[in-house]
Each structure stands twice: as C-alpha cells, then as structure tokens.
Design a protein around this ligand. Sequence first.
Ligand SMILES: Cc1cc2nc3c(=O)[nH]c(=O)nc-3n(C[C@H](O)[C@H](O)[C@H](O)COP(=O)(O)OP(=O)(O)OC[C@H]3O[C@@H](n4cnc5c(N)ncnc54)[C@H](O)[C@@H]3O)c2cc1C
Length: 423
Amino acid sequence: MTRDADALIIGAGPAGAATAILLAQAGWQVILVEQHAYPRQKVCGECLTAGGLALLDELGVGAQVRERAGPELQHVGWTHGATTVTTDMPPCMDGPYRYGRALGRDHLDAMLADRAAATGVVRIQPAKVRTVRGLPGDFICEIDPLDAVHTTQRAVARIPMLRRVPVVIDAHGSWEGSPWQPSVTVPRSPRRGSDLFGFKASFEGARLPEGLLPVLAFRGGYGGMVMSDGGRLTLAGCIRRDILGRWRSRMSAASAGVAFERYLHHTCRELSGMLDGAHRIGPWLSVGPLRPGVRTPDPDGPFLVGNSAAETHPLIGEGISMALQSARLLAGRLHGQRPGSFDAEAYRLIHREVNAHWRDAFARRMHLAALYSQIAMHPALALPLTTVLRCWPPLLTRAARFAGKARPPIDRSPSIEVSHEHA
Ligand SMILES: Cc1cc2nc3c(=O)[nH]c(=O)nc-3n(C[C@H](O)[C@H](O)[C@H](O)COP(=O)(O)OP(=O)(O)OC[C@H]3O[C@@H](n4cnc5c(N)ncnc54)[C@H](O)[C@@H]3O)c2cc1C
C-alpha cells in the first residue's frame, strides 16, 4: 500500500486546522479530517487574546477575523454577587495588537478550515477517524464518512476508507475519545460532585459596556461574557455537577442549560441588569466533564496538539491561543524533518522535545488558571477578594497580566516559513 499523504490530522478545531496550514505552507501533503460539517457552534467563550490575533495573521486569516470580530477587549471586570469591579485590561506591548477580541466559533473554525483547504490541504468533512494503528513513520487511519463528504479533492462515497501516512497528529479536543487505541485512551474517571460542566449561549439585545470582559465568580462555578461578532453577547461558564444537580432538582422540567442560566441570575445579581431585555439565540450548549491537565502522549503514537495535549480551566480564556501555539510548536519542529523520513527514534525525540517545550511555556499558566478558578468558585475566597478589588482595582489588571492576557505568542522552535499578514 502506498503512502496517501505526509500527515493526517484528526480534528479541524483551531489546533488541527492551524497545524494543517503550517505544514502545508512548509510543503507537506496533509489530510485534515473533521467529524462535524461547518459552520457549527461550540461551547466556548470565544475570546481571542492579542497574541492569538497575531497568530491568526500568520495563518492567513487575520484580516478576515478582525473584520468580523467584536470590539477590542480593553476592560476587564470581576462580578461577584451584586458587585462588579471594572478596570483596564493589560495591553500586549509586544506584537501588532494591544487587545484581544471575540469571534464566534462557527466563523473562526470555518475560516481556519477553509484556509487550510486553500493552502492545499485535503479536507475530509464530515468524517470521523475511527481508529489509528501502526508504528512511528507508518500509520493506517480508518476514516468513516458521516454524510455526503466534502473533500477538496473529489466526492467520496459514504464507505469507510483507509489512509496510510507516516505522521498522525491528534487534535481531537476534549470531548471525544482518541482513535489511537488503547494506549492514549484516558481511563474513565469516576463521577464526582466536583466535576465541572461547561455551558454556552448567545444573546441579542444585551447591554454589556463596549469592550468589557467581565469574569463571573459564583458558588460552584465561574464564567464570562463578551460582545462577539454581529453584536451577539456570548455567555459561557462552568458549574460543578453537585451544585447544578441540587439547583435543578428544585425546578421542574428545566434543561441543564436553562437551570444554569437561572442559577447565574440567582447568584450574580449584576448579570440580570446586563441581560435585561436580551433574548437568547438558539439553545444552551453543554459539554463535560472538564478534565484540566497535561496529557502524556504515547511516544509511539500520534503527536498531540491543542486540548488533546493539555486542557486548561477556561476562566482565563486562553484555550484557543494555546491551541494555536501548540500547533506552531509541533509544526515548527516537524518542519526540520523531511516528510516520510521518520524512524522510530526521530519520532520519539520530537515527542519529547515538543512536550518539554510546551510544559516550559504553559505549565505555570495552567496552574494559575486552576488557582484562579478555585478562588472564583469558593465564596470564602471570592468574597474577600471582591472587597480587596473594590479598594484596589489595578490588582485585577495584574491578575489578567499574570494569566497571560498581555503575553505575545511563545517562540516557535525551530523556525518555520510562514506568510505574514499584518494590519
Ligand atoms: C466553557 C468554556 C469556555 C471557554 N472559553 C474560551 C475563551 O473564551 N477563549 C479561549 O481561547 N478558549 C476558551 N475555551 C477553550 C477552547 O474552547 C479550547 O481550548 C479550544 O477549542 C481547543 O481547541 P482544539 O482545536 O484543541 O479542540 P477543539 O476546538 O475541541 O476541536 C477538536 C475538533 O476535533 C473534532 N474531532 C474529535 N474527534 C474526532 C475524530 N475522531 N474524527 C474527526 N474529528 C474529530 C471535533 O469535532 C472538533 O471539531 C473555553 C472552553 C470552555 C469549555
């Protein structure tokens, strides 16, 4: 059986699509497989950091993103109970953009996947990668088309297909099992009251001050709101299983999402003012449970990027930017390799190097996100912090800076040829 491409990428979220674009720009033949038809909504707060916007320029979609995205996020807020403290967002002084913005995932993910196709990536969508078998340098992927498949090459009948490639990149995100079985499969964790579930909905007619990104802190969870594209307000957050379960048991026939919304109104009284007169567009979306942490890849299995490599508490709104940066790290490292020239040792070395570089760059930020989340969820911590923030709001600017809001993207290593597109 001959080789079908130099690399196959599982999942066309920001991590997968970005890796596909970067490898294609470096001359690799790439197959990108995504199970959902686009555009599609996704549970996400939709905030892009200033550094993330700069990366989107490198990927060739920056102008499109900026044309459509919501206003610059120049202010950050902390909302707890009936109190909201607002202050300046720290600007990113190193790079073309000072502030982040928000863009719906329906648009962002479709822009990136279209860009991948335009750079020569063969896009197979909607189709699911069911299994990946093989050894470093020689993998067989079983792909199951889920509908009339859209590919950039030709129409594909709805029958399973096999693709043979030397490199597989797993960008499957957080919510699906990995097709690389059984080594990378995370054992199913027991159900715990502390498990966090994520929710997201969009609203029209909300009254959020221009450019404000308020963090919502409430018993058992946290969230955030932002004006995204087209004047839509995106409200996203997480809540503990036990708290939501107790609250839901008081209501008759409310969906989990509606129960979450009512709980937010009950605990964050400021929210009601902001959503007064607004109406929800579409249903609440939910995912979970979240499993924040760094995953250890099988050194003989697919390379991992984005949330399949590591997932952070979404409180700091950095997941997309981290996904793009992890794509850039891996693509930069693979670029030094001739496609198809992989022996097992070279393959394992790349795993180790990319992993180590990633940990150096992000482990601290992930710990900080976990700490901030615990503070936001526990009134015994959030209440005194709210009092301090009322007296000294610049502390919030500092906290946002520590969380990486003003940080430029990490260096790619080693360098990869990319097209630069700036404002
Ligand atoms: C409540 C909440 C709020 C958040 N808010 C923000 C925010 O404001 N800003 C921010 O930057 N981040 C935020 N995040 C995090 C962000 O959504 C993720 O970090 C980001 O989506 C990770 O990108 P990814 O490409 O790794 O994975 P994903 O975006 O999840 O993409 C993975 C893709 O792989 C596909 N897939 C999976 N398995 C297969 C398969 N076998 N075959 C084919 N396709 C497959 C999926 O369909 C999916 O499209 C938030 C997350 C949550 C839960």
